[in-house]
Write a protein that binds this ligand. Structure first.
Ligand SMILES: *Cc1c(COP(=O)(O)O)cnc(C)c1O
Ligand code: SF4
Length: 359
């Protein structure tokens, strides 16, 4: 038998039985040409093929609904580009920066907030010169306490390259914490081997790994074992989840997911309201619906299991806690949002804004 491989196109998904044969001549094929597709063998194995609304399939198998772009959606929903002083760095808050060393992921999520930037035709990997300039930017700014590697998924890099980046960050005295945002422990658990785990640690620095997972079924025995290898090595883990219609917009599902994190020594961190990325409106709830759902978690599960419900304010104004008084519903159903600098922004009410057609 041949080794299972990553499925990277609509024809691959048809061959694997995850899409019907007609898909190659339908709008789904157009979606597959427009946005990156990838399902690792671990992800394909999680999908229940008998369930037409399988919550894993919904996250990764392209859907014709992605061709519908709504007026409020944006190419760069959280304003990365406006806050990028040098290639690969996003510097929005004084004490922390994003370092986007790579714009490739092991899987491509249909709701991805950076879907215009990641993928085989995206921005690729930083060149050695760009990486030097990004690290020099961090080294020159003593206010930068934390470096957050994201992208893309930084754990697609080899252990050797990760070790090189860690060693260079470790040489910067004012950087105390390095955080990696990743889906790899779930979607490619065997990749988390002892060499890679070792590469994520540097003496005198604290490493955090933020695991992106959206449904309790993603925490397979293999994924749990991969997380245990990280935590046993002294790496702290936190979670991030995107609130997604049809996938996890249910208090029981969210409760089971948050409990699964805690059982695996992963402290729930953020529950993200989905961003206004192009062609993702079929995943988006209204803020009022999200608030009602998250309120149900309070009494139901331990304080250890409570994530913070977060909205990244469109346009790059930073994150805000949806349940705080910085987010207020007005009479017209829109939301008025105050950013951390005191600026006011409007957020659309629900999913009734007009569509503008295909990309
Ligand atoms: C989300 C984000 C961070 C990290 O925010 P935390 O609230 O510290 O998790 C940092 N910089 C940018 C540009 C971000 O978008
Ligand atoms: S892993 Fe993150 S960056 Fe990569 S496709 Fe999914 S949401 Fe986008």
């Amino acid at each position: 038998m041949s080794m299972p491989r990553t499925l990277r196109s609509v024809p691959d998904l048809v061959e694997a039985g995850l899409l019907p044969p007609e898909a190659v001549r339908s709008d789904i094929a157009r979606v597959g040409e427009r946005y990156a597709v990838a399902l690792t063998p671990a992800v394909a194995a999680m999908i229940d093929r008998e369930d037409p609304r399988d919550p894993i399939a919904l996250q990764f198998v392209p859907d014709a609904a992605e061709l519908l772009v709504r007026a409020e959606e944006r190419i760069d929903p959280i304003g990365d580009l406006a806050h990028s002083p040098v290639e690969g760095i996003v510097h929005r808050y004084p004490d922390r920066v994003l370092l986007k060393a790579v714009h490739v992921c092991p899987v491509y999520c249909r709701f991805c907030f950076r879907r215009e930037m990641v993928g085989p035709s995206g921005l690729g990997t930083l060149t050695p010169e760009q990486l030097d300039a990004a690290i020099a930017y961090i080294a020159a700014r003593p206010d930068i306490w934390e470096v957050i590697l994201t992208g893309g998924d930084p754990l697609v890099l080899s252990a050797r390259r990760l070790r090189d980046i860690m060693e260079r960050l470790a040489a910067i005295g004012h950087v105390k914490v390095v955080r990696f945002h990743t889906r790899v422990p779930v979607v490619e658990p065997d990749h988390i081997d002892s060499e890679l785990v070792g590469a994520l640690k540097a003496s005198g620095k604290t490493t955090y790994v933020a695991l992106h997972a959206n449904h309790p079924r993603e925490l397979t025995p293999q994924a749990r074992a991969a997380c245990a290898r990280l935590v046993d090595a002294g790496i702290a883990m936190i979670s991030q989840t995107v609130l997604l219609k049809g996938v996890n917009d249910d208090a029981d599902v969210l409760a089971a997911l948050m409990r699964a994190f805690v059982e695996n020594r992963i402290r729930p961190y953020y529950l993200h309201h989905p961003d206004l990325a192009p062609g993702t409106s079929h995943f988006r709830l209204g803020l009022a619906e999200g608030k009602a759902l998250v309120a149900q978690l309070r009494g139901r599960i331990s304080g250890l299991c409570q994530p913070t419900y977060i909205l990244d304010i469109p346009g790059g104004h930073g994150k805000v806690s949806v349940l705080s008084d910085a987010v207020r519903e007005s009479d017209d159903g829109c939301f008025r949002i105050r950013d951390f600098r005191g600026g006011e922004h409007l957020y659309p009410s629900g999913s009734d804004a007009p569509a503008t057609g295909s990309p």
